[in-house]
Design a protein around this ligand. Structure first.
Ligand code: SF4
Length: 378
């Protein structure tokens, strides 16, 4: 089993129009409170962990925008991780970054602190789309950021792109993909834009001022992405994720393989000791809990064997190589075909799932209908 550590850094320079993540602009005082509380949470949680549980297999600093912290603040977080957990050499350590917050000095410091993978949220290569999304960066910041990351010694780069943006054309999407590949990255994540409640995008949509991307165009963009990135040597290994061979995200594989992870920071979730827990979503409550010695994580769900089996199925089906049926038997002592025979047969008959070499996976036809398939296992 893997032990992933996720740290949520809830700060951004400015809120993007489509974003419903726990993130907000903050001043020095709030950042100071957060860093102090995060160290407190590490001390509190690690004191109750076994040496095996503390032995990390991957680390991921996400957000928010971790790189809106300065080098010293990021360095303190890394030092705290080393103090309270076991950080073996060679594990994947990712930091999410925004191109508008990168400097060569900060990137060099991150490398020195042991970060070996950078995940840069670029989203699009067209300034008009970036402005509509409310992003702080512009096209020219993207290649600058990637060049600086390489100069700082990062040999494992992911870029996040978004398709299905209101007003985005197929030409623009194709251009973004081509430009991203031209930058010579190792990993690319392509997500479709969702208009989430509580965002300025949703407000505009409700008032009739925002027209969502047509489903047909969104599907065309997705299918083009698969074909194009495959033709460029990328392995399509998860519904939205593409990697050069051997560069698949080890941390994200923990989620899709339904392994164990610990989340720290406001709003972070954990799947740990058969419990799913969540930290308070506001900085104030998070800081108050820790300053009074209260575990911030609240149990949301006890993960029974039935829940674990269902999750292993629908998360594993996100991977293009699908669910390893022998590993399923070893983990749960029962065949997936015996638990989910009806659903499996139904979707195999419809051509959305297929069984091959001991693995159950989505077909090409099933990929765009993945959510429909997943519901049968919930
Ligand atoms: S940079 Fe990311 S986390 Fe921050 S507001 Fe924009 S989408 Fe949200």
């Amino acid at each position: 089993m893997s032990n992933g550590l996720y740290i949520h850094i809830p700060f951004c320079i400015r809120k993007c129009h489509y974003c419903d993540f726990i993130s907000f602009p903050a001043g020095a005082a709030q950042i100071g409170q957060y860093l102090h509380a995060l160290q407190g949470e590490m001390a509190l949680v690690s004191a109750h962990m076994t040496p095996e549980e503390k032995n990390l297999t991957s680390i991921f600093l996400g957000g928010g925008t971790p790189t809106c912290l300065n080098s010293c603040q990021l360095g303190n977080i890394m030092a705290n991780i080393r103090e309270y957990f076991t950080w073996p050499a060679g594990i994947e350590v990712t930091v999410e970054a925004n191109p508008g917050t990168l400097t060569l000095d900060k990137l060099k410091q991150l490398r020195q602190q042991g970060v070996n993978r950078l995940s840069i949220g670029i989203q699009a290569f067209q300034d008009d789309l970036l402005a509509k999304l409310g992003r702080i960066h512009r096209k020219e910041d993207i290649s600058k950021g990637v060049t600086m990351a390489r100069e700082a010694g990062f040999a494992n780069l992911n870029l996040d792109l978004i398709y299905g943006i209101p007003g985005q054309t197929m030409d623009q999407w194709q251009d973004s993909l081509a430009r991203a590949v031209d930058l010579g990255l190792e990993h690319l994540a392509a997500y479709s834009l969702k208009i989430e409640e509580g965002t300025p995008y949703h407000e505009a949509y409700k008032k009739g001022n925002l027209t969502p991307c047509e489903e047909e165009l969104e599907l065309e963009m997705y299918l083009y992405t698969i074909e194009f990135l495959k033709s460029q040597g990328f392995h399509h290994y998860e519904i939205s994720n593409f990697a050069l061979p051997g560069k698949e995200s080890r941390h994200n594989l923990i989620y899709w393989l339904n392994h164990t992870y610990l989340g720290l920071g406001p709003g972070a979730h954990s799947s740990w000791r058969n419990r799913r827990t969540a930290n308070p979503g506001t900085l104030e409550e998070y800081v108050t809990n820790i300053s009074t010695g209260v575990f911030p994580a609240q149990v949301e769900e006890i993960i029974t064997p039935e829940i674990a089996m269902a999750e292993t199925m629908f998360l594993g089906l996100r991977l293009t190589e699908g669910v390893d049926l022998e590993a399923f038997v070893q983990r749960f002592g029962v065949r997936a075909e015996d638990v989910y025979g009806e659903a499996i047969n139904n979707f195999v008959d419809k051509g959305l799932l297929t069984l091959k070499e001991g693995r159950l996976h989505l077909t090409r036809q099933g990929l765009p209908l993945a959510n429909l398939v997943f519901q049968a296992f919930v």
